[in-house]
Design a protein around this ligand. Structure first.
Ligand SMILES: O=P(O)(O)OC[C@H]1O[C@](O)(COP(=O)(O)O)[C@@H](O)[C@@H]1O
Ligand SMILES: [Mg+2]
Ligand SMILES: [Mg+2]
Length: 319
């Protein structure tokens, strides 16, 4: 007996209006998956010819994915606000719904040309449509999720307690394939862009140096390193088999506050990882406790297996 996403959502103890917002993001993800699958044939892997508010070159598929999300959410009467990596300003919808969505419509898009896993990340918050608060802490999120467009399209969801995985079937429906994901507490795998080592802060350098020393160093065990360069793919691996993901503050990104964005990358991933028993931190505080100051704000991101995140926290506490 399989459980469809619609059946699973109906069985959750959440408002039907909130469930409908998640269902809209699932429908958008299924449509994006279909576009990505055929993009090389349609010649759609190139640049769009403009830059987004972050100063990054937009790919055509960044724009297409953003438009698909916008289309699905505009059609949902429960959504009044959309914040997107690809849009300078928040979109105030015609609908006066009580929910806001923050999204990275296509995460890891630099991997599109090489057919490596990319994804869609989203966060759902409650708002008063007459005076919406766009700058709520991650701990206020009502739901979060991502779609990973890999060999299979996975949709990973949480309403804050428990993390579940769905897989897109041949008819365009998501089917429950794993309920109650548990991030292993201990792991010997870490993910960080080591080409940035000379820019890292001291705690990150000390942590990675210990991992590289493996069983001959203070960590006393051997480590392995993996870095896809798509946050969605790296976090999906960590949710499935443990590990730690680090994009710390470094001397090159310090003026911007970090590399990854708080509202639509760090917060939803932190909620998903914590709901699965993992931990998240900026090095100094829990990601979900960071007070946002702007919709495109960046933060340092460290999350994954509890034991590894605690080791990194200990290096920050000592520094
Ligand atoms: O290029 P780097 O420094 O390895 O950074 C990779 C990180 O940047 C990102 O690609 C940023 O996301 P976008 O592709 O949505 O801008 C993450 O997915 C990834 O973890
Ligand atoms: Mg991204
Ligand atoms: Mg993106």
């Amino acid at each position: 007996m399989t459980t469809s996403l619609a059946q699973w959502l109906a069985a959750q103890n959440v408002a039907p209006e909130l469930a409908s917002v998640v269902a809209s993001m699932a429908a958008a993800s299924a449509e994006i998956a279909a576009v990505l699958r055929l993009a090389p044939i349609a010649g759609q892997t190139g640049l769009a010819g403009h830059t987004n508010v972050q100063g990054e070159a937009q790919k055509e598929l960044d724009v297409v994915s953003n438009d698909i999300v916008l289309k699905h959410l505009s059609a949902n009467a429960n959504v009044s606000i959309l914040v997107s990596e690809e849009l300078d300003e928040a979109v105030h919808m015609e609908n006066q719904g009580r929910y806001m969505v923050a999204t990275d419509p296509l995460d890891g898009s630099s991997n599109l040309d090489v057919n490596v896993t990319v994804g869609t990340i989203f966060s759902v918050l409650g708002v008063d449509p007459t005076k919406p608060d766009l700058l709520q802490k991650g701990s206020a999120q009502l739901a979060a999720g991502y779609a990973a467009y890999g060999p299979a399209t996975s949709l990973v969801l949480t309403f804050g307690t428990g993390t579940s995985v769905f897989t897109l079937d041949g008819s365009g429906q998501f089917v429950l394939t794993l309920d109650g994901v548990k991030v292993p507490v201990a792991s010997g795998e870490y993910a960080i862009n080591t080409a940035r080592e000379r820019f890292w802060d001291k705690p990150t350098q000390a942590y990675v140096t210990e991992n590289v020393a493996g069983e001959t160093g203070a960590a006393g065990k051997r480590y392995n390193m993996r870095w896809v360069g798509s946050m969605v793919a790296d976090i999906h691996r960590i949710l499935m088999r443990g590990g730690i993901f680090l994009y710390p503050l470094d001397s090159e990104t310090v003026s911007k506050g970090g590399r990854l964005r708080l509202l639509y990358e760090a917060n939803p991933m932190a909620l998903l990882v914590e709901a699965a028993g993992g931990k998240s931190t900026t090095g100094h505080e829990r990601i979900l406790d960071v007070q946002p100051t702007g919709i495109h704000q960046r933060v340092p991101v460290i999350l994954g297996s509890a034991e590894e995140v605690s080791r990194v926290e200990a290096f920050y506490a000592k520094a």
